[in-house]
Write a protein of this length. Structure first.
Length: 288
């Protein structure tokens, strides 16, 4: 089956380290399917940009599932990671991460969950999906799992019994692909990813349409592991927040379809925390 390279889910485990900066260990930044990119060169450019401002090499590290990235943060194998709001709010004892910055998209640090179907399908609402095949992104995804399940429950539909089959793609872009290819009748995706694909890959996302939109939630955050040198942490935050102030950083932000990275309090994610208190997990199945 045709695969796409818009998601980081199928890129090599280590995208690479910037050649700049002497003999220091690279700063390791974890990436998950919350990021949508079409080529590896972007990460070379971003790594070079951050390395020049931090004075040390930068290495982007990818893992297929959110949980894998969280495990690496806990073990100290990553210094920074771009994760989802759902794993961010989950209780940890002891805590091993803290909020660093939040992406701002179309003027706000917020996004939604979309339920999508094929554009030529007859489905108009969630109730039309009974007995169909549904694609989630990841069991630790807010927009790709937690929120859509709550939307179905609020509509009086049991997501554990409603579908003939539900499975995980472990990538929002792959969920769009699954619906476009009619592997799934419907799926739940990150609004940012779907809108990015509509703009950058209309031949793919244009095969789908949105039938349900959720309320807004805090945009997937960038976090830093506790214990990282405070001076280095401050430099990382300054480098990310400062991207909007210079032409090279602005060009990188445009490639990500983001306005900026900004500082927000952890309370931005409280609605996800409240929603997660009643959350449940179903056994995952990967898209073959």
């Amino acid at each position: 089956m045709r695969r796409i390279l818009l998601s980081l889910a199928f890129i090599a485990a280590v995208i690479g380290a910037s050649p700049a900066a002497g003999g220091e260990d690279p700063l390791r930044i974890g990436l998950t399917a919350v990021v949508v990119r079409e080529n590896l060169r972007f990460f070379d450019r971003w790594g070079e940009y951050l390395s020049a401002r931090l004075g040390r090499p930068v290495s982007f590290v990818q893992r297929r599932a959110y949980r894998d990235v969280m495990d690496m943060l806990e073990k100290g194998e990553l210094d920074v990671a771009w994760i989802c709001g759902f794993p961010f709010v989950q209780k940890r004892n002891p805590e091993f991460l803290e909020l660093l910055t939040v992406p701002v998209y179309r003027g706000t640090p917020l996004y939604r969950s979309y339920v999508i179907v094929h554009r030529d399908s007859p489905y108009l609402g969630m109730e039309d999906l009974e007995g169909r095949v549904f694609a989630y992104s990841d069991p630790d995804s807010n927009s790709g799992y937690l929120v859509p399940r709550k939307m179905f429950q609020r509509a009086g539909l049991d997501p554990d019994r409603f579908f003939r089959l539900a499975f995980f793609t472990f990538s929002h872009a792959e969920t769009v692909q699954a619906v476009a290819d009619r592997v799934a009748d419907a799926g739940a995706v990150d609004s940012y990813v779907w809108e990015f694909l509509v703009e950058r890959r209309p031949e793919l996302a244009g095969q789908t349409r949105v039938i349900q939109r959720s309320e807004t939630f805090g945009f997937p955050p960038i976090v830093v592991r506790l214990g990282l040198d405070p001076a280095l942490r401050a430099r990382i935050e300054t480098a990310l927040v400062g991207m909007k102030h210079d032409p090279e950083g602005q060009a990188l932000l445009r490639d990500l379809a983001l306005d900026e990275f900004a500082t927000y309090p952890p309370g931005l994610y409280e609605p996800i925390r409240v929603l997660a208190k009643a959350g449940t997990v179903v056994p995952p199945r990967a898209w073959p």
